[in-house]
Design a protein around this ligand. Structure first.
Ligand code: PGA
Length: 246
């Protein structure tokens, strides 16, 4: 049985004060939030603060990106070893905003995955198609290409120890979530390429009112939550949904 994981992606939001408050509210409500694993992926400058606050709690933390390089003259980049020193368990790799806005290629994403995995982090590999790709009937092909780049470089075992997040680009931040059936179809397709134990999260407009139905799907092992993870009550409700579904 794959243990469910609900990870928040706070993107480029927050301040020291708002993050302190959000963590406080999440921690206060965690008692009755069920048995799913929980993590938050926060902006780099807040990792130290989050590490201090979450150490010894059941919430893990992670970064939203990582350099593919181990060290060197890469101004502005942050290495996987640096993130490991900050106690990060996770690093998002290949989020669609990184692919679309910063031109990250499949090869670069695979290199980032390898760097994170090599430093002992658990990469959360994000894959997913755009609306144009879905409308053209290319969803499976795109997801396969994104997965295969990492599988070819790192192998099935490394991916099995990590996490995959299926995030259809058209569902991210749009309020238009994939139906449970749409999510399940892509997850089942992805799982055929992956070792059976690989956890596959769904992400894209997950909210308290749709989370349980999505998490009830056989191949959905939790969620990657953007907007709703910035409101403690919503995030906790989604976590409860993951703890009770299935
Ligand atoms: P959303 O974002 O929940 O706001 O759609 C998900 C993500 O980008 O990881």
């Amino acid at each position: 049985m794959r243990r469910r994981l609900v990870a928040g992606n706070w993107k480029m939001h927050g301040s020291r004060a708002s993050i302190q408050a959000l963590l406080g509210s999440i921690l206060a409500g965690l008692g009755d939030a069920g048995g799913a694993e929980c993590a938050v992926c926060v902006p780099y400058p807040y990792l130290q603060l989050v590490a201090e606050r979450l150490k010894g709690t059941r919430i893990a933390w992670g970064a939203q990106n990582v350099s593919e390089h181990a060290q060197g003259a890469y101004t502005g980049e942050v290495s996987a070893a640096m993130l490991a020193e900050l106690g990060c368990k996770y690093a998002l790799v290949g989020h669609s905003e990184r692919r679309q806005l910063y031109g990250e290629t499949d090869a670069q994403v695979a290199a980032k995955f390898a760097a994170a995995h090599g430093a002992g982090l658990t990469p959360i590999l994000c894959v997913g198609e755009t609306l144009a790709e879905r409308d053209a009937g290319r969803t499976d092909e795109v997801v396969a290409r994104q997965l295969d780049a990492v599988l070819a470089k790192c192998g099935k075992e490394a991916v099995a120890k990590s996490v995959v997040a299926y995030e259809p680009v058209w569902a991210i931040g749009t309020g238009r979530t994939a139906s449970p059936g749409q999510a399940q179809a892509v997850h089942a397709f992805a799982r055929k390429r992956l070792a059976p134990a690989t956890r596959i999260l769904y992400g894209g407009s997950v909210k308290p009112d749709n989370a349980a139905a999505i998490f009830a799907m056989a191949d959905v092992d939790g969620g990657l939550i953007g907007g709703a993870s910035l409101a403690a009550e919503d995030f906790l409700a989604i976590l409860r949904g993951a703890g009770s579904a299935g």
